[in-house]
Ligand binder design. Structure first.
Ligand code: 13P
Ligand code: SF4
Length: 357
């Protein structure tokens, strides 16, 4: 059996299958595997994947699900930090499979443990209070481990405010990685002033004294999907759809969030759409696979993308990859197992469990 080289490699025969054959074969092997497998899918996955997901959700919901499902195999359709989180939270006997294991979130790659540790050391020279590190779920396990080892926690876009409240209630200052925009949006909504929030650029760090008056320092990392929305997009949506509600993800820069009517995690956005009365118009500023699905699901409402922006990493997983993963399991060969070394997993688990508690 020849396996193609490169991202999302599958044997040649899968690449020539028609969609209806892929669907039929996936249904067959899925039924055969029964409760041996739980398929988890992030909201940004393609429809061809979501139709086979046993559980869909935002990052927080999928983490909770990974910690509670009992199937021996968790097939995680999303990006690497999500599957890695599942591998850290599930029981040692379970295995996590990521059908396209090369699907990485570029934002998570913007902070390494070494860089975060250097920022921590620099800030320790100017801050007397304890530093509470908080990392967004969109980070690699070694950064989560650093955070866990130093008494901090993970947050997601749906609980960032609560986690930051917890951090500040401990009387310290916060180093927030890796999303500048989620960190800034949340801090300013909590009442911090702009001068209290500093931005740490890991590629050209300013002198630590620059941050001496800051209560929180946010990492200069970003999501190119959400930073791609512009004020012109918002103005166009307002002009073309007067009376529409605009809801965006908090990975969008502050001016976009301020110009919109609401912001929230992917599940919170879905909730806004689900609860809107029939006939209403909602403009959604997030990844377009999810917005397209919402438009089809809620045909009694008008659901419009703020702009069409696709996450290339989330889009890598196609049905041929899921089928290959499931057929592998059915024949006793697990492909693309996500493994985290035990020391890193132990530190990261501390940070994740603080969040889940
Ligand atoms: P959610 O937790 O809102 O699903 O966000 C994950 C993500 O990667 C958004 O870009
Ligand atoms: Fe990462 Fe942005 Fe894609 Fe989310 S949408 S997975 S933050 S690149």
């Amino acid at each position: 059996m020849s396996v193609e080289r490169g991202i999302g490699k599958v044997p040649e025969r899968y690449r020539h299958m028609r969609m209806e054959d892929l669907v039929r074969e996936t249904e067959r092997v899925r039924a055969r595997l029964g409760d041996q497998v739980a398929i988890l899918g992030h909201h940004y996955q393609r429809d061809e994947i979501i139709r086979f997901a046993d559980h869909t959700g935002d990052s927080l919901e999928l983490s909770r699900k990974a910690a509670s499902v009992e199937a021996p195999y968790i097939v995680f359709c999303g990006v690497y930090f999500m599957a890695e989180t599942a591998a850290i939270l599930c029981s040692p006997e379970q295995r996590v499979i990521q059908p396209v294991i090369e699907a990485l979130c570029p934002m998570a790659e913007m902070a390494s443990r070494k860089q975060v540790s250097a920022a921590w050391d620099a800030l320790s020279t100017v801050w007397d209070e304890p530093i509470i590190p908080i990392t967004y779920q969109n980070s690699n396990a070694d950064v989560k481990a650093f955070v866990g080892e130093r008494g901090g926690a993970v947050c997601t876009s749906s609980n960032a405010r609560r986690i930051l409240d917890w951090a500040f209630s401990r009387g310290g200052r916060v180093l927030f990685t890796p999303d500048e925009h989620l960190g800034t949006n949340t801090a300013l909504e909590m009442g911090l002033s702009e001068s209290e929030v500093g931005v740490w650029n890991p590629l050209a760090p300013a002198s630590p004294e620059t941050f001496s008056e800051c209560r929180m320092v946010v990492w200069k990392g970003f999501c190119s999907v959400h930073t791609g929305f512009t004020l012109e997009d918002v103005a166009r949506a307002r002009a073309e759809h007067p009376g529409a509600r605009i809801v965006v993800h908090p990975e969008c820069p502050r001016p976009i969030v301020l110009a919109s009517d609401a912001s929230g995690s992917t599940s919170q956005i879905i909730d806004v759409v689900a609860k809107a009365p029939a006939g209403s118009t909602i403009v959604v500023g997030t990844e377009c696979h999810m917005v397209d699905r919402l438009a089809r699901q809620y045909a009694d409402k008008e659901i419009i993308p703020l702009a069409r922006r696709e996450c290339g990493s989330m889009g890598l997983t196609r049905l041929e990859h899921l089928l290959f993963a499931l057929e592998g399991l059915a024949s006793g060969k697990a492909h693309n197992i996500v493994a985290v070394d035990p020391d890193t997993a132990a530190g990261a688990r501390l940070a994740l469990e603080r969040m889940l508690q």
